[in-house]
Write a new protein. Structure first.
Length: 277
């Protein structure tokens, strides 16, 4: 149970949305937003310095026809940070496994944005039989291919007194094209996330190659990207059988900038794999 006290069961606080009624149970290390009923559930995983609220438009949309679950990853939103500082991508994938087991979910569609895309890929590679479909949203690529000098430069800035200006400057770059409301929310979520979490996850992303895990998952998959993902180490460039669709006129948080277009794309994906569920 990577990241929490060894021998201690992971506690999960679940918020159940039924219309306007909200119920919560358990005090938790991992916060989960769970609601809706019907077809095979959809589980949403947010980006670095994100939280469940970045999926609000998708949760309300999906819950009209099926169950939808979103979780705050360790150290994000209402979830506690790991006491041993473990932000490994594979450890967070295990958090997903513990959450869905506690919720009694056997098979589901997994959606991951940015860093959450890497977590989703790690999970799908480890538990392919549980994943009915994998939808990646402008996912992180293979950062191990970045030049060593660039990685060292990033890490130096992250661990320096210039941390805030560096991360806010970087977030500002990938928010180019976003609506002001999106930029304001995303920046506030960044400021609300601890430096330890942000730095810890950057370090893990720099050494994580998602390609082997993605190649182990042979189920239905789609990567919905923005022009920001047109780099040599983007997943759709590295994995030949990963279909992709581009949404333009948006920044990195396309589900916030263009929720209706993204939801239509998501619906099309869900429909396309319907016979395999």
């Amino acid at each position: 149970m990577g990241g929490y006290n060894e021998g201690t069961q992971l506690e999960i606080r679940i918020v159940i949305n039924k219309g306007e009624q909200t119920m919560s149970k358990k005090t938790s290390n991992i916060f989960v937003d769970d609601g809706g009923a019907g077809s095979v559930p959809v589980v949403f995983v947010h980006s670095l310095a994100g939280n469940t609220q970045q999926w609000s438009a998708q949760l309300s949309h999906v819950r009209t026809t099926r169950r939808a679950v979103a979780l705050d990853l360790r150290g994000h939103g209402q979830s506690l940070p790991p006491e041993n500082g473990d932000y490994a991508i594979d450890s967070m994938a295990q958090d997903i496994q513990m959450v869905i087991d506690q919720l009694g979910i056997q098979r589901f569609i997994l959606v991951g944005h940015s860093m959450g895309g890497s977590v989703a890929v790690a999970y799908a590679g480890a538990y392919p039989q549980r994943v009915a479909g994998l939808l990646l949203v402008d996912p992180s690529g293979d950062s191990t291919q970045m030049p060593v000098e660039q990685v060292q430069q990033y890490l130096g800035a992250l661990e320096s007194e210039a941390y805030s200006s560096f991360v806010e400057g970087y977030w500002g770059q990938i928010l180019t094209g976003s609506a002001e409301t999106t930029a304001a929310k995303v920046m506030q979520d960044l400021r609300d996330t601890s430096k330890a979490t942000v730095v810890g996850l950057f370090k893990e992303l720099f050494k994580y190659n998602p390609v082997p895990a993605l190649e182990r998952y042979d189920g239905p998959k789609l990567s919905v990207i923005t022009p920001l993902s047109e780099t040599p180490f983007s997943l759709h460039k590295l994995v030949s059988d990963l279909p992709h669709k581009m949404i333009t006129g948006t920044g990195h948080w396309l589900q916030l900038d263009k929720p209706e277009e993204f939801n239509r794309t998501m619906d099309d994906f869900l429909t396309s794999i319907g016979n395999e569920l």
